[in-house]
Design a protein. Structure first.
Length: 361
């Protein structure tokens, strides 16, 4: 049988990751992005019929010996052994690696010397940065220059958050500065972005004094299981939210976010406290958010709520400082989640004009 390029690409991926869900396989076979599941199933069928792959009862797809023989020099990046929970973890990592590679971020097993973006699966990253605690949704790290972004598959966003385990990725223990994460990327299901963003921001805002602290969490303590939803901490530095549909646009915005902030702040005074904004042009302090950084929205909402409290007090000289935010069009529903903030007199909103960022999510 003569295999097409997209079929070989799928077998090559499974040779490295062992497992992938069936829908993910069909997506990898969809070169023209038609989304026709029936037509794609006919492209997939020869791979199982000729014993390259096997579709299992749980809906996952595994590679067989004949498929591995096509790429004898490839060593799997992650092991597929273990029970049902381990299998699900492998599928999550495999699906995330496929998404990354689809958009030009290859999966590798070690830190490269090149500054080009790469994705290191979670199992490989634990070999590089020893002491990371077990995390449920951590799938790997995106490395791009000085950026080290922990990638999480959060589904619909309604998940438990292992505070101490997540914090272990950001703990600056002596000797671990080269592997300390500089931020995280949360990837949720298509159509769930705004809902997940509001839930995470709201949970953080309810107890922001405690959560927006710089207290680091030790790696050598047991995993702290929390039954509360995702809450953010200052030590995460940046918390970007995206979905598979918008990943192509968002990853470029994420990797160039710092350059965008520097460009915007050229005509102002750069601030060094993220809770007060990115730069100041008196009387305004500007928050620049070109990539849906949830932590930056928390800082913005917290600063404005603090200002509202002061303006309502009986201070003899009310504060003159005001706030402004630069945001993307698709983030407009997030800004409207607090009507008292959105309707505050003197507040300024600057929307990035980009057609590809328009979304009904």
């Amino acid at each position: 049988m003569r295999l097409h390029e997209n079929q070989l690409k799928l077998i090559h991926h499974l040779a490295r990751f062992n497992l992938l869900d069936y829908s993910g396989c069909l997506h990898m076979l969809d070169e023209t992005e038609t989304g026709d599941q029936v037509a794609l199933s006919y492209v997939f069928r020869p791979l199982t019929k000729n014993k390259y792959l096997i579709k299992r009862k749980d809906g996952s797809v595994a590679i067989l010996a004949k498929g591995k023989a096509l790429f004898p020099d490839i060593k799997p990046l992650i092991s597929a052994g273990g029970g049902a929970q381990s299998v699900q973890r492998v599928i999550e990592v495999s699906r995330m690696a496929a998404l990354m590679e689809e958009h030009g971020i290859p999966a590798v097993a070690e830190i490269p010397k090149s500054p080009n973006p790469v994705f290191i699966p979670s199992a490989c990253w634990r070999n590089i940065a020893s002491g990371i605690l077990s995390t449920t949704r951590f799938t790997g790290m995106v490395l791009a220059g000085q950026e080290r972004l922990a990638v999480y598959d959060i589904g619909d966003g309604s998940m438990e958050w292992q505070v101490r385990a997540e914090g272990s990725l950001f703990y600056t223990k002596y000797g671990s500065y080269e592997t300390k994460a500089t931020g995280m990327i949360l990837i949720c299901q298509d159509g769930k972005g705004n809902k997940a963003a509001k839930n995470i921001i709201r949970q953080t805002m309810w107890s922001r004094r405690q959560l927006l602290s710089d207290i680091c969490l030790e790696r050598n303590k047991p995993t702290c299981w929390s039954h509360s939803p995702i809450k953010l901490r200052a030590q995460y530095e940046h918390v970007y939210l995206t979905t598979p549909k918008w990943f192509r646009t968002d990853i470029q915005a994420i990797l160039t976010a710092e350059n965008e902030v520097c460009t915007q702040s050229k005509n102002g005074t750069r601030l060094h406290d993220p809770a007060q904004g990115d730069y100041e042009k008196w009387p305004y302090r500007f928050f620049v958010n070109p990539a849906t950084d949830l932590l930056k929205y928390v800082y913005f909402f917290s600063a404005v709520k603090g200002l509202i409290k002061l303006l309502k007090s009986d201070m003899p000289a009310p504060p003159q400082v005001r706030y402004a935010i630069c945001y993307r069009k698709l983030d407009r529903p997030i800004l409207r989640m607090y009507p008292d903030i959105f309707e505050l007199e003197g507040l300024q909103f600057y929307e990035y004009q980009s057609e590809e960022n328009d979304s009904t999510d």
